[in-house]
Design a protein around this ligand. Structure first.
Ligand SMILES: Nc1nc2c(c(=O)[nH]1)N[C@H]1C(S)=C(S)[C@@H](COP(=O)(O)O)O[C@H]1N2
Ligand SMILES: [Mo]
Length: 401
């Protein structure tokens, strides 16, 4: 990572404003020691105070303090890219979206004004990377060492994908919807980032082409001017800088579908909702696992023995959150927290617990969410296949004084 920082030095200087020199943060103790040393806060175009994971491609994590709110501000929303040539706002001038493929009868091209003219849908939804908390897994798994900030919740608005597909004359034999974005790789041989979703999920009324995020244009790094929003499913399907949609009667075969983002059949993250991509041994990772995060107090902070509140957010793939328990003693005993009113099935549900009088000393706080469908965060430090969807309750050490 250090080497990469040096290589990316020129780009980094252009992209990032002076770092918060001297500002320190307490990062989860489970992160590999190398990752802890290089993490620093930076400002970016449209972004403020993000944790830098890599510069080329740009990968930036949201610091945990941003999750004391139910909606993550655009300027704090995490950034994830696979390829190093990322579009600027200028590159997207004259942007248009092509819709074709062997499963449409009227291929068409839409401009932003066309999308603005269509009826729009609004969905408050978490976007979470499949790599969520990968860096906290023991033993460590290769890849970017994401912590707790590889997700966020935003209000997304735009026409439904179904509506756009109907306009192009979607045929009944459509199997998958393939998507492409405006980024690419400067490294020869790296395949373009292209993903597909099954037709059932594509026609879900909550699957939209977002042209607005929290009532503002999308930040460039979050997919300006338009991105796919696939509520309940991991971020890999949420194509940014969407330029090309193909309705296809065939499964998409490429590195990003056939090799990456897959889990063994029978594992915790295995699902049956993408049959055209399933093989004898593996399936694409699709739905989010039920999860929760304590945003306050922060790791390593001091709290007052006369009482303090523990607050955070919980989310799942769309059943909704039914219960969040909190432990003050590292998971030996649990208490039910108070839940804020639900803001929608794909949104964060906020929880809080007032801790009573405590003896001074070191404590380990944990939260454990259960969804409306009964799915809960497993306590076992079972190694998640490929390091995806880590939802083991996260210990937050604090000092009561
Ligand atoms: N064009 C494009 N879209 C993309 C990606 C990408 O690399 N290129 N990464 C995906 C992944 S893996 C995730 S987790 C989300 C992250 O969205 P964000 O960067 O807005 O937080 O974008 C998805 N869409
Ligand atoms: Mo991701």
């Amino acid at each position: 990572m250090r080497r990469r920082n040096l290589i990316g030095g020129v780009a980094a200087a252009a992209l990032t404003s002076p770092a918060f020199a001297g500002e320190s943060t307490v990062l989860p103790e489970e992160l590999p020691s190398g990752a802890r040393q290089v993490l620093r806060f930076v400002n970016l175009p449209d972004k403020r105070r993000m944790l830098e994971l890599s510069i080329r491609p740009p990968n930036y994590e949201t610091p945990v303090d941003a999750f004391s709110e139910a909606v993550t501000p655009n300027e704090r929303f995490f950034v994830r890219y696979h390829l190093d040539r990322v579009p600027t706002a200028d590159d997207m001038d004259g942007w248009a979206l092509r819709i074709d493929g062997d499963a449409v009868s009227r291929p068409l091209q839409l401009k932003m004004s066309d999308l603005l003219d269509m009826p729009s849908t609004e969905v408050l939804s978490v976007c979470q990377s499949a790599d969520y908390r990968r860096g906290l897994l023991q033993p460590h798994v290769a890849g970017l060492q994401w912590g707790e900030g590889a997700m966020g919740a935003a209000l997304w608005r735009g026409p439904s994908l179904a509506q756009v597909l109907q306009r192009a004359g979607l045929k009944p034999d459509a199997l998958e919807i393939w998507t492409r974005g405006g980024d690419s790789s400067t490294i020869p041989g790296v395949p373009p980032y292209q993903k597909s979703i099954p037709i059932q999920k594509a026609l879900d009324t909550n699957t939209i082409i977002a042209i607005s995020m929290n009532d503002a244009p999308l930040p460039v790094l979050n997919g300006y001017p338009a991105r796919l929003v696939v509520p309940g499913w991991v971020g890999t399907y949420w194509m940014k800088h969407l330029t090309h949609i193909q309705a296809s009667t065939k499964p998409l075969v490429n590195f990003w579908m056939s090799d990456d983002y897959r889990v063994p059949n029978g594992s915790a993250s295995h699902a049956h909702n993408f049959p055209s991509q399933a093989t004898k041994d593996t399936a694409p990772i699709t739905e989010l696992a039920v999860n929760s995060l304590i945003a306050d107090p922060l790791e390593g902070h001091e709290v007052d023995r006369s009482g303090f509140s523990i607050r955070g957010v919980a989310w799942d793939s769309g059943a909704g959150i039914n219960r969040v328990e909190v432990s003050l003693d590292g998971g030996r005993t649990w208490q039910d927290s108070l839940l804020d009113r639900p803001l929608g099935p794909y949104a964060f549900r906020r929880f809080s617990l007032l801790a009573g009088l405590l003896r001074p000393g070191r404590y380990r706080l944990l939260s454990r969410a259960t969804s409306m469908s009964g799915e809960t965060q497993g306590m076992s430090p079972e190694r998640r296949a490929s390091g995806y969807n880590n939802n083991v309750p996260q210990g937050i050490p604090v000092v009561v004084t």
